[in-house]
Write a protein that binds this ligand. Structure first.
Ligand code: PEP
Length: 249
């Protein structure tokens, strides 16, 4: 099965020149991959130049965040229409770092609706900040999903990617175990089916948090996920190439 790998560059690298270099390496990794669909999410300021120069078909582009309104008085924001115009087909919604900066579940709901209206694929990030023995993290994730997807008709669920990213595993030493991810995948599917009916079975689920070339394949094989959202390892050209290579099985 083909895996999806989202390369979230976050606020890296420091210049267009370096961004082009990193993109060249990412492009090479995509060109030689058979089983991986790569989605690159560069900083918005680099997006148009990178996507405009790219003539291949092996990778697609995402914007790391966008406003749900089409235009207006929102200093410092980019709209989904502007992102689509710069050839982004995907948008990351509700990343943990955006949530920490104030993005609410209600914001994610509006962004998911606006992205679908723009014919873009939302990559909806959910995940608890901490875990406790009494399983409160499941309620937390269920609530994030319930609000963000509340306005999505069942037929549109297959157009959405859910990225489960436990906040405690982002930027950490190691990811969560594939076994725990498997449990979470089942939980997420069930939560969506409970809310939206059988169409929820079609939703695609990614894992994100401390994935690199040493653990990517195990997570895809044993975590029951359609792919991975990768932060740090996506901005290291060598690591990213080996990560993609490791999934070419
Ligand atoms: C992220 O921030 O989405 C992420 C997965 O980061 P990292 O891979 O660096 O843990």
């Amino acid at each position: 099965m083909k895996s999806i790998v989202v390369a979230n560059w976050k606020m890296n690298p420091g210049s267009m020149k370096e961004a082009k270099k990193l993109f060249e390496a990412t492009k090479k990794a995509a060109d030689v991959s058979r089983n991986v669909t790569i989605i690159v999410a560069p900083p918005a300021i680099f997006l148009r130049e990178l996507s405009g120069a790219y003539k291949g078909k092996k990778l697609s582009f995402a914007i790391q965040n966008a406003h749900f309104e089409r235009d207006g008085t929102h200093t410092g924001e980019n709209s989904l229409a502007q992102a689509a115009d710069a050839k982004a087909q995907y948008v990351i919604v509700g990343h943990a770092e955006r949530r920490a900066a104030g993005e609410t579940n209600e914001d994610t709901e509006k962004k998911v609706v606006a992205a679908l209206a723009q014919k873009m694929t939302p990559i909806l990030c959910v995940g608890e900040t901490t875990r406790s023995h009494d399983g409160e993290h499941f309620d937390y994730v269920r609530e994030q999903l319930a609000v963000a997807l509340s306005q999505v008709p069942p037929a549109k669920l297959s157009k959405i990617l859910i990225a489960y990213e436990p906040v405690w595993a982002i930027g950490a030493v190691a990811p969560m175990t594939p076994r725990d991810m498997h449990e979470m995948t089942i939980f997420i599917r069930k939560a969506i089916v409970d809310q939206h009916g059988q169409a929820g079975m079609n939703i695609r689920i990614l894992y994100g948090g401390s994935i690199d070339e040493t653990n990517a394949l195990n997570m895809v094989r044993d975590g029951d996920v359609h792919g991975l959202l990768v932060g740090r390892a996506s901005t290291d050209a060598k690591k990213f190439a080996s990560l993609v290579q490791s999934l070419n099985v």
